[in-house]
Each structure stands twice: as structure tokens, then as C-alpha cells.
Design a protein around this ligand. Sequence first.
Ligand SMILES: [Zn+2]
Ligand SMILES: [Zn+2]
Length: 396
Amino acid sequence: MHAQGNQVTNATGPAWVKNIPTDDLIKWRRHIHENAEVSFKEESTSEYVESILKGFNNIKILKPAKTSVVGILKGAKPGKTVAFRADMDALPVQEETGLAFASKNENISHACGHDAHTAMLLATAATLSKMKDQIKGTVYFIFQHAEEQAPGGAKDIIKSGALKDVNAFFGMHVLPNFPAGHIGILPDGAASTMSDEFSLTVIGKGSHGSMPHLGIDPIVIAAEIVNALQTIVSRNVPPGEMAVVTIGKFQAGNAPNVIADKAELGATIRTTSDATRKLVETRIKSLIDNITKGYGATYNLDYKNNYPAVQNDPALNKMAKNSAVSAVGKSNVFDAPMMTASEDFSYYKQIAPEVFLTLGVGNGVANHNPAFNLDEKALQNGVKVQVQIILDYLNQ
Ligand SMILES: [Zn+2]
Ligand SMILES: [Zn+2]
């Protein structure tokens, strides 16, 4: 749909553009990248964010959860309260980017780009902190922990009550399969999928590898389950309905000559309608139950309904598109298809309307891939759009 390429326009913008700390933006991103921490363990990342926020004028700091940080900027004039959210956690993925500032932590890396989210929101806070006199209302900068791992960090922050006065929430995610610096406006209504997951242990009976008749081989059974689950999307979900069933984990066995006593599977499920969500869950449970029974095995299944879909508020989404166009120019803004990814940003709509947008970062390697990387030139556009959205919302 959109060609790859680097077409960041640096058109002359509003006066505040010169206040964007462009060098720090990259420095912060690289520091966070190098010191990646997984969900719920973002201790040094949240300390780093807090220490940087402390260096800005006019920002009050809250710690609504152990590893979340919220900066609050109260403008000189009264008005509404708007929040922008960045997530800070990394993934249990061994980085393979070859970057000089690659993660120092083994098997942990920012393969989803949350390092960029955090750095951009810091730059947005830095820029706006110099504009207190012009700001009408209050801005919350939410640096959230644990987006990648259910039940997610958003729930903790909401539960703390720290965000109860917020009138609108905005969030932004980097996507590598769009040109660097291009802003994707997601659809009104459902803008991401619902996310469910399951953990399954198939319990067989261990045996000598040369004596299969004395055991019940859980690897064969689990393999059968993996194949059968592929038919849910192809044979059960109505054509045109969106559904994804991905088995991302399959662990069993320790030795070539030993029949294992159990096999473990983990899967993620994405859907966009309640009916399909239920249909997929019912089929998964039925296939697991019947296949294991058929082979004389038993199982433990933990099936979780996780994140709901992000619901873009139509009026705010329209405003955000106009903000993006005025911040980075029409040629850098496009209407993006819904994200098949899920987001715990979706929970914030319990408090107030929400809008989620995307930022193209070039390079084409998918989020969560060990080689995921981003074109840092894109980040400045992200900051411009964030600042513009916040100002437009408070001024409208
Ligand atoms: Zn992710
Ligand atoms: Zn993410």
C-alpha cells in the first residue's frame, strides 16, 4: 500500500518545534534500548524516566504502580485534562540487530519498540514543560509498565485512581512496515484486536524411546493438537471474519531416546468480534479435549481472555488526524488498517475516550522479531504529532 522509503519532511512548523530535544531523544532511546527490562520488572527503566522527568520544569511526578511513572504538567490556564501514554517494557527475546547499543541483558530486548515510545514521550514532556504559560488545562504523561504481559500494567494504573480526572487518552505505536515518520490513523471504533491466550500441558506417560507401547507420547498428541487448531481459522471462522490462532510455544522432551511425560503449548488468539472470540475459544477447548481423550492422555488448560480491543473515539480520531497533518504535513499522514496486534491501552477507555495511532519506522522487520529495528529519524515526527495532539485537544 505504502512504498518503503524515508520521506521525513522537515517543513517549518510551529515555534515550539525548536524546543524538541532531538539529540536527547536519541540518547534516551538508546539508553533504554541498551538496558531493556521485561514486563513488571522495569525497575531501572522507570528510575531513568523519573530522573529525566525531574530535570524538566513544572512537572509533578506520581508513581501509581511499582514500575510506572506519571508526569503531570499543569498549565497556567484552567481547562481539560489529557493523557498521552507510552509503554516501557521489553520482551524476552534475544536481540539480533547487531546495534552498538544492543541490549546488554541476555534474552531481553526492545523488539516491540517501546524504547522509542518512552523516549518520544519524554521529548514531548520536555517540549511542553517549556510552554506552561500557554497551556490551557493539564497534561498527564503516562510511562506505563508491562504492556506485553497480561494482565498488563494499564489495569494497575487505572486501579490506583491516579488517572480519574483524565478526559481523553492518546497513545502511539511504532510499526516497521510503514515508511519512517509516516503517521498511520487507525479506523474509528475497533482499532486493534481482542487478545486471548492459553497455556496447555498435555500429560502423557513417559517411557523408553524404544518401548513406545508402554508410554503415552505427549509430543505426538501435542503435534496433532497444533495441526488441528490450524483448521479453526480455515474451517470454522466465517470467511471475512478476522481471527488469528498462533501457537508460539511448544516445549517437550529432553533426550532423543526418552518418551516425555508431558508437552507444553502456549498460544495467542486475536479476534475482533465477541461471537468469533467465543467460537474460537469453544473450538480450541473441544479439539484439545477430544484429541487428548482419543489418545488416552489428560491435560491442564489455562485459557485467559486478555485485552479488549482499542476503540478509537471517532471525534477525537478526526481531531488527531488534523493534528498530525498540521504537525508533519499531509504527505506524511495516511489512513491505516486496523492493527492485528492487541494493546492494554484499550483499558483506558474505562475512564475516558481513547485514540491510538501508529508511527512508521521503516525497515520492514516485524515487531517482536529478534532483528526488529527502527529508523530513528522517524521519532521526531512522533514527538511533533504528540505535542500537537495535546495542544489541539486542550485548545478545542
Ligand atoms: Zn509488542
Ligand atoms: Zn508494543
